[in-house]
Ligand binder design. Structure first.
Ligand code: SF4
Length: 385
């Protein structure tokens, strides 16, 4: 193993040299190769090889898994992946499915925009590429929901092409090992970070290297309690050797919490069919079905009139339950209103952009977990009245 000098900021020396590995000094090239070798060596016996998408890694299976893994832990994805593939075994089946079916299969995974992007991408691949996946990073990046790291992950996992990934786990390892993106004087640009990641990517064995460094970040160089004492990179890790592991990478300053109050309104007919509205095609929960929402300072009766719903034959419960939760930097207070008609939906009419859905069919609509829980709560509150 080469003995290397620890430089506090790796980027300045190396990246000025135009960032390609062929431009690196012999010492630096040895360091880069040593890092890659250590990671590949570590992976033997430590890397995960039994994940469902690693078996028969077709472009379709790898793509689905990569989208599921964005912002979601491996253990959670494992529970969804096989079920999703069983329901939509190939890109043609996914393209033929309705948006609702795809959202329903995604129920509980969160970040539902990913499901909509999967569906749109399946449509593009079937219609414009006859069902064949593009094989280059740049072509894959042109598809909805696929960024450079995801595209590289697919290209390397399926075709073993030397494509570079830079997800949160990889960023953490590189930041600590090279001592970059920690305290202010060690900040490097996003482009420099990519160049750093590229410089380590194995030319011949990108598939194994990419999997290995992701696993290394997730299992060894963890956010808290990294296993530095038994780490194969420890002797040259800047953060470890300078006792600054907790300073790398620097934590993002979170923006101050904003408070917001919303007034969802669950409307049931006589048989507990539920009135749902479709959300706009942009923003959080884009295009998904949801409960209605009463505007602030609007009385529930006035709201029903606004929706062209009758105000007789109905029991109204305003602010019957309060729920508080946080979504990113928003502190949300949810005040629930429930309207229960004692006449059937067909005599009530269907306001614009809404639909009546039988209670038993709600699970097939692709509602978010929070919406589903809200409807169930409203029903049980009514049953106790
Ligand atoms: S020594 Fe610690 S901080 Fe450095 S790469 Fe290993 S686990 Fe991460």
């Amino acid at each position: 193993m080469p003995v290397l000098n620890i430089r506090h900021c790796f980027s300045l020396e190396v990246l000025e040299l135009e960032c390609g590995s062929k431009y690196f000094s012999p010492d630096k090239r040895r360091e880069l190769t040593w890092f890659t070798t250590q990671i590949l060596r570590w992976s033997k016996g430590n890397s995960r090889t039994d994940l469902p998408w690693q078996q028969h890694p077709s472009p379709y299976r790898v793509w689905v898994s990569e989208i599921m893994l964005q912002q979601t832990q491996v253990a959670t994805v494992v529970n969804y992946f096989d079920r999703f593939i069983e329901q939509f075994p190939d890109v043609f089946a996914l393209q033929r499915a309705s948006q609702e079916e795809v959202l329903a299969a995604w129920h509980g995974l969160g970040y539902y925009r990913r499901a909509l992007n999967l569906h749109r991408t399946a449509d593009l691949i079937v219609r414009e590429c006859s069902g064949k996946f593009p094989k280059t990073v740049s072509e894959l990046c042109s598809l909805p929901g696929i960024g450079r790291s995801t595209a590289s992950s697919i290209v390397a996992a399926v075709w073993n092409e030397p494509a570079t990934i830079l997800d949160a786990n990889v960023r953490r390892v590189l930041s600590r090992f090279h001592g970059v993106n920690g305290p202010d004087d060690t900040q490097i640009t996003e482009l420099e970070m990519w160049k750093l990641a590229e410089s380590h990517t194995s030319e011949k064995n990108a598939r194994n290297y990419n999997q290995a460094i992701m696993d290394f970040g997730a299992l060894w160089c963890k956010v808290s309690n990294p296993k530095c004492n038994e780490c194969p990179l420890g002797s040259n890790c800047v953060a470890y050797q300078t006792s600054q592991v907790s300073s790398f990478p620097a934590k993002k300053r979170s923006s101050p919490l904003q408070c917001k109050t919303i007034r969802p309104c669950v409307v049931f007919d006589q048989r507990f069919d539920c009135l749902l509205r479709q959300r706009e095609s942009s923003g959080t929960y884009a295009s998904m079905w949801d409960t209605l929402e009463v505007g602030n300072r609007v009385q529930p009766q006035a709201f029903l009139l606004q929706m062209n719903l009758p105000t007789d034959n109905v029991c109204l419960f305003d602010s019957v339950h309060t729920n508080r939760y946080q979504i990113s930097n928003q502190q949300v207070t949810e005040k629930l209103t429930v309207a229960k008609y004692n006449i059937p939906a067909k005599t009530l009419g269907t306001p614009w952009n809404t639909r009546w859905t039988p209670f038993q069919s709600l699970k097939n609509v692709g509602l978010s977990v929070r919406t589903m829980q809200r409807i169930q709560l409203a029903k049980s509150l009514l049953e106790t009245k």
